[in-house]
Design a protein around this ligand. Sequence first.
Ligand SMILES: O=C1C[C@@H](O)[C@H](O)[C@@H](O)C1=O
Ligand SMILES: [Co+2]
Length: 298
Amino acid sequence: MFDPNKVKLGIAPIAWTNDDMPDLGNENTFQQCVSEMALAGFTGSEIGNKYPKDEAELKKALALRNVQICNAWFSAFLTTQPYEETEQAFMEHIRFLKAMGAQVVGVSEQGHSIQGQMETPIFEQKYVLNDARWDTLCQGLNQLGAKAKEIGMTLTFHHHMGTVVQTAEEIDRMMENTDPELVNLLFDTGHLAYCGVDPLAIARKYGKRIKHVHLKDIRPEVVREVKENHLSFLQGVRKGAFTVPGDGCIDFEPIFEALKDCDYQGWMVVEAEQDPAIANPLEYAIKARGYIREKTGL
Ligand SMILES: O=C1C[C@@H](O)[C@H](O)[C@@H](O)C1=O
Ligand SMILES: [Co+2]
């Protein structure tokens, strides 16, 4: 279905060690993580906290396993801090990513975000930007996108539960008010399904501007429990709200078709944070790899 020269498969280290809650999978080493990614049949990875900070060391460890870096999460604070502070951190981040061979960077707005707060109910207390701050956000994203473009990188924006860009309306507003030449979308199936947005509709709507994909599934019964019991995003993760594609309720087949129809080129990254003591990361990586092979031929 996909041309393997155009679409490549990666997996995120968050299933081995969770950077948002490092006690989850603290026992898993970097070496084990990248070895198991390769063993499961993935050729790409994002960057986790346990990865060596030294370029040469990281490159060598990855080359030994034929794994490439394809992205790393960047936290922007455009709505709460002076623009220059975010730009400075962003430049350092994308220079490292570029040196590692990545072509895209995934940016999330973390100003006012509640995603990392252990006790804050994820469905009730999400912050909503006013018009002035929306302008600040979109203008800042355009500026960061231009900086990325100058060095040959593509900025993709990661919509995310608990952040100021979570819902379909917020994604629309961000996309409509940013320059398509500078700001693209990081399409994360799990975060859309989690907040009740149809990932297929977003794939169809923004196909051409999707430049990076996170393949995440949800366990609807756990998401329901999070909602009913007013739990936080991180409490939900611990309970198993997310899982690998094919193991939850999202129908990925039409989503893959929609991406194929718009000639998607780039990485599709399995990103399914859950407790590694319950969901063995290698076992789930193999499961995800088999499901993607079955549905896409990749
Ligand atoms: O891309 C992501 C990075 C994680 O740190 C985050 O919390 C996760 O849910 C996600 O989608
Ligand atoms: Co994601």
